[in-house]
Ligand binder design. Structure first.
Ligand code: PLP
Ligand SMILES: N[C@@H](CCOP(=O)(O)O)C(=O)O
Length: 467
């Protein structure tokens, strides 16, 4: 399997090289040169497989040639046996033909564990083989950070630096990052928002000279293809559980950086009969405004009760645009330059917009609707949604095209992480699970830094080379 850049002007890479990269040299994102596809018969034959075995079937084509089949199996067994539910990704029914896919059974209680637990093991595997050490730099609006730290804290060859927006993640989210002890773990609270942090990460991938050529920078955000790849599996798993491939399924996906829903789009390209994919955003709704009005306009970020989705620039949207532009890298590079300039309203040609609308529906959900959905689902079923999942459920209910097709909302996090929203909805906050029971008493370690690239890079260089 080879990987190519969306902007068409960077070398083709192997999986191993892509894993150890963030952005491509031309500023683009890596995608598989050819997407592996499976026939309906093949997919049907996987129906009774446990999660890890299914994951091996879906993922091996992406890593073949770089990761040995038996080694991948061992990693998958280790990763998913650590999840809190035997089914790994259980489905919870909330209405007739309507489900929540619980993706929060991993150690940090959010869907990020699915990929980041695996990514840590993949890094260990290739870095040991290459005798290399790397620096991980990631931006988080709350969940990626803790999952990345948890997934890589035992890696022998990494130093990890996670940037989160100071005061703009929940207490549980912050503590899940800042209480993990390790000389190689560094939490930086940026005096800015998630997009400032993400911009600094992307700029650092563009110019890594602050690491003096001694270390490479590796991404844990979904700009790293390995993240998307691992997230494809649970679409297959949930669809098979509800009768695919004979029966079509639909998904509503709480969306920020467009990574999770892009994984669903990939699953569809690989042969899964996905009838509908709904982009569900909070009031940071650049994607919904684009889909509904053909106006791509980045507006100032709003702080909401769904902090993990407080993202103004959705990185992975570029991967979709690459397909809409029929893999015309130079044309996409020109479009991305206009989109990233954040000054103008960018519109797409009507034929490209029509293609996007064939593939996706979209909906923006405000805070009142989010709270009302948490209350409604609880009243009907006794099931407490986290606010991000509630955004997805609301969009699912409003945008559903066909009641006969099972509608699955991705349950992206556990409600215990979001005390503010849970209390605003009038509920008691559930108890933290056993392994996090003393989280609020643990000692925290973090550094607060201004949102200045040189300061952040200087901090990373100092900690990497002098600690
Ligand atoms: C709880 C939760 N829901 C939804 C999202 C949005 O996912 P994505 O950024 O892949 O669109 C995130 C963050 O990424 C999240 O942490
Ligand atoms: N919602 C994320 C933001 C980063 O997104 P990613 O999927 O690209 O890592 C978070 O919670 O950190």
């Amino acid at each position: 399997m080879k990987y190519i850049s969306t902007r068409g002007n960077a070398p083709e890479l192997t999986f191993e090289e892509v894993l150890l990269t963030g952005l491509a040299a031309d500023g683009g994102l890596y995608v598989p040169k050819e997407v592996p596809t499976f026939s309906a018969e093949e997919i049907a034959s996987w129906r009774d497989l446990p999660y890890t075995e299914l994951a091996h079937k879906v993922l091996y084509p992406f890593v073949e040639g770089c990761v040995d089949s038996a080694a991948l199996k061992t990693m998958l067994d280790e990763v998913y046996s650590g999840f809190g539910h035997k089914a790994v990704a259980p489905l919870q029914q909330i209405d007739h033909n309507e489900y929540v896919l619980e993706l929060f059974q991993g150690p940090t209680l959010a869907f990020k564990d699915f990929a980041l637990q695996l990514l840590g093991r993949l890094l260990d595997y290739v870095l040991e083989r290459r005798h290399e050490k790397v620096v991980i730099m990631g931006a988080t609006s709350g969940d990626t950070g803790s999952a990345a730290i948890e997934g890589t804290k035992a890696c022998r060859n990494v130093d990890i630096f996670i940037l989160h927006p100071h005061g703009k993640v929940s207490d549980v989210q912050r503590r899940q990052m800042t209480t993990v002890v390790g000389d190689n773990i560094h939490n930086i609270a940026i005096e800015g928002n998630f997009d400032d942090a993400q911009d600094m990460v992307k700029a650092s991938f563009g110019d890594q000279s602050f690491l003096r050529g001694e270390r490479k920078l590796v991404a844990v955000n979904s700009i790293n293809w390995a993240r998307i790849m691992a997230q494809i599996v649970y679409y297959f798993y949930s669809a098979l559980n509800l009768g695919a491939p004979e029966r079509a399924v639909a998904y509503s996906v709480p969306t920020g950086n467009f990574g999770d829903i892009f994984a669903g789009y990939m699953a569809k390209k690989m042969g899964l009969p996905i009838e509908q994919l709904i982009i569900a955003t909070n009031s940071n709704d650049v994607l919904h405004r684009f889909m509904s009005k053909n106006q791509y306009e980045v507006r100032p970020l709003k702080h909401t009760i769904t902090p993990s989705m407080d993202i103004a620039v959705s990185s992975n949207f570029e991967r979709l645009l690459f397909d809409l532009y029929d893999h015309d890298g130079p044309a996409l590079a020109e479009l991305m330059a206009r989109m990233n300039a954040k000054q103008d309203i960018v519109t797409l040609d009507e034929d490209k917009l029509a293609k996007a609308r064939e593939l996706f529906d979209s909906q923006a959900v405000d805070e009142n609707e989010t709270i009302a959905t948490m209350q409604q689902v609880y009243d009907e079923t006794g099931y407490l949604l986290d606010p991000h999942t509630a955004v997805g459920v609301k969009a699912a209910r409003d945008c559903r095209r066909n009641q006969q097709i099972p509608m699955i909302t991705l349950g992206t996090a556990h409600p215990v992480k979001f005390e503010e929203a849970v209390k605003r909805a009038g509920f008691d906050v559930p108890a933290l699970p056993h392994h996090l029971a003393d989280l609020m008493e643990r000692e925290e370690k973090l550094d607060v830094l201004p949102a200045e690239l040189a300061t952040v890079q200087g901090f990373i260089a100092e900690k990497t080379f002098h600690d």
